[in-house]
Design a protein around this ligand. Structure first.
Ligand code: KIV
Length: 423
């Protein structure tokens, strides 16, 4: 099988904070508006965040991490507006079945948790996400706390968040990728007892390798008492370019929530990108034990463009899934293959991500293009010329193509208007 096969629509399981209805369903937690916004230069206004949040809801994400309310009064307002509007959708085509969870980040202290709750409590499904570092390097140099003190704070703050009336509390041991395993099992067990419903495992500095991160998730699943009552989540940064691979390894090992951002934006080298993770699951789901998400992938292209516009962070042309070249073909061999059967060089149909290409086969003419593609372009433009004329034309085409990055329709028209082709 070379192209993603259309999958029969599957029911999005009913949302219950600490229950997994369908063990194969993977929740998509989008943190574009929180971790993504932490990218240098990506700050968005409240109005922009609201526009992006509406689009994330259309895309079908399960959780929108809308911001870090304690970081500024503006961010608190932005998260609150998102909770009020996007977190309370009117019944739509789906009868209002899909209501995204609206989440706010907080450190493990009362002031942050109060701010997060004040912002998200207006949503139908509010969540507080609280975190504290658990690696030796962070506890010693940043927090200046002993491991026992860290456990005590985590336990107390998760219980505090629950005591406010928040039924859905996520806990993250920051820098889990570099934390001691036994200590992780211990702190996770304690926060589960205190009421955490999702346990997010961040590879905060993008340090782990895919097999290593997968093993971390399966070890946590096996060794943490009470873990069966919670959802395990991944949060992979991209410092070594491994965020998507690590996220998929985590899903394969048992994580059922994946934290991602549109276009992979985020701190430093960014986060796992939503479009890569979702399309990998859609395309290769059978190798991932039949996992699936509730994302409507046809909204991917539009969402990516909106985030580029509002964050000011533009993706490189060769960015997987959403880059300008991701569905473009220039070499003669590839163009010939595409013209014969699209599955030769495309594993995903552009329709699947809502991409309307300028031409059906995604062919971009350049110096590597061959006769088949150039001839097809002539037909597309409405020209019929004899084989002999075509050979002359093709020679001249190659001369022009050598000097240009791309050969446009106008170049073709100009070549055809040369004397030699005039009656
Ligand atoms: O990278 C990280 O560790 C985080 C946590 C707050 C989840 O962003």
């Amino acid at each position: 099988r070379t192209r993603a096969q259309p999958q029969p629509p599957r029911r999005r399981p009913e949302y219950v904070p600490n229950r997994i209805d369908d063990p194969n369903y993977v929740r998509i937690f989008d943190t574009t508006l929180r971790d993504g916004e932490q990218s240098p230069g990506a700050t968005m206004t409240s109005a922009e965040k609201l526009v992006v949040a509406r689009q994330l809801a259309r895309l079908g994400v399960d959780v929108i991490e809308a911001g870090f309310p304690a970081s500024s009064p503006d961010d608190l307002d932005a998260v609150r507006s998102i909770a009020i509007e996007v977190g309370n959708p009117p019944p739509g085509d789906d009868g209002g079945a899909h209501v995204p969870v609206i989440c706010g980040l907080s450190r493990c202290n009362r002031r942050d948790i109060d701010a997060a709750w004040e912002a998200v409590r207006h949503a139908r499904r509010p969540r507080i996400h609280t975190f504290i570092a658990t690696s030796e390097i962070h506890m010693q140099h940043k927090l200046r706390k002993t491991p026992d003190q860290v456990v005590a704070v985590a336990r107390e703050m998760v219980a505090y968040a629950r005591s406010l009336g928040c039924a859905d509390v996520e806990f993250s041991p920051e820098d889990a990728g570099r934390s001691n395993r036994e200590f992780l099992y211990h702190i996770l067990e304690e926060v589960i007892k205190a009421g955490a419903t999702t346990l997010n495992i961040p590879d905060t500095v993008g340090y782990t390798l895919p097999y290593e991160f997968g093993k971390l998730i399966s070890d946590i699943k096996e060794n943490t008492p009470g873990i069966e009552n919670a959802i395990i989540s991944t949060h992979c940064q991209n410092d070594l370019g491994l965020a998507t691979a690590n996220t998929l390894a985590g899903a394969h090992a048992g994580a059922r929530q994946l934290e991602v951002t549109i276009n992979g934006i985020g701190e430093r080298a960014g986060n796992a990108s939503l479009e890569e993770v979702v399309m990998a699951i859609k395309c290769r789901g059978e190798l991932l034990d039949g996992l699936y998400t509730g994302i409507n992938s046809q909204h991917i292209t539009l969402t990516s463009k909106m985030v580029q516009e509002h964050s000011g962070l533009h993706v490189q042309p060769h960015k997987a899934i959403v880059g300008a070249n991701a569905f473009a073909h220039e070499s003669g061999i590839h163009q010939d293959g595409m013209l014969k059967y699209k599955g030769t060089y495309e594993i995903i149909s552009p329709d699947d991500i809502g991409l309307a290409r300028a031409n059906e086969f995604g062919i971009v003419l350049g110096k590597l293009s061959g006769r088949h593609a150039v001839r097809s372009k002539l037909v597309e433009l409405g020209y019929e010329i004899s084989d002999k004329e075509f050979e002359d034309f093709f020679k001249r085409y190659k001369e022009v193509a050598e000097k240009k990055k791309r050969v446009t329709d106008e170049d073709i028209e100009a070549l055809l208007s040369d004397e030699i082709f005039q009656p």
